[in-house]
Design a protein around this ligand. Sequence first.
Ligand code: SAM
Length: 284
Amino acid sequence: MVVETGHRFSEQETEEYYDAEDVIYRSVWDADGSVHWGVFDGDSAGDSSIRDQFLAAGIRLNELMVEYAGIDENSRVLDVGCGNGNAAIWLTRNSGAHVTGVDLSGVRVANAVESLKNVPELAGKLAFEKASATELPFDEGTFTHFWSQATIYHVPDKVKVLQEAYRVLETGGMMIFDDLTKPRTDISESGRKFVYDRLLFDTDFSFYSYIETLRETGFKVLQARDLSSHLAQSYTYLSRLASIAEGPEGYQDRFDYLADAYMKTVEAINNDELGWAQFLCIKQ
Ligand SMILES: C[S@@+](CC[C@H](N)C(=O)[O-])C[C@H]1O[C@@H](n2cnc3c(N)ncnc32)[C@H](O)[C@@H]1O
């Protein structure tokens, strides 16, 4: 059976979801609160645990983004959808950049602000505030870099996010981000249920139409990478992590559901119902 996807979830629903679901993510993905997929290299296996391999892949994504976008101590970076602030803190510690993080979830922004207590030496270079990617509270040309991980797919009006990114970047500024894509439009019932409805999203973008829209927004696209195989690998690891997760009483059913849903997500990726891409663009 083929079901047309068409659900568009509001920002309000997304905010409530991320305000409520922090425990689940910390139990399955990362106790420190990071929630993004990773880039695996051939050497990942070794003797390290499944969790260490998964977290190392997430850090590898960070490292590649810094390298591709040329972020250093002179950079002023905006992290959109900063979640609990993990990548922003990592970024400042590892590149010396000034980083401002914004997120729709007040709970996650509060967690990010709380985390600053653990890194007093970086405090002057980091700031977090609650804001939507569609209405950034910054002047034109404020940042040298726009950075976003695993966030834009949630936003119903993705074009508005790209326009806002363009506005808040200085001329010559770089945008580096990853996002989910929909390689094909005929989505199976399983794909709709375990991917699109579970993740509260839908998208009109394929890998190629995303590039077109970035160009129409005014960006020059310097690099476009299809990372779908790494997304499949991420969800394979996550399924195993969900199957061994331990959390507060009453969460076991959720972990069992996620272990299954994550493998269904791998099937959807292999069936071209879901993709993952990374783009590097410059504001001309
Ligand atoms: C999967 S999490 C990724 C968080 C973070 N980037 C990380 O790597 O840990 C998605 C985040 O996007 C945020 N988000 C969703 N819609 C947003 C919007 N319109 N504006 C800002 N943040 C948004 C959510 O609140 C959530 O924290």
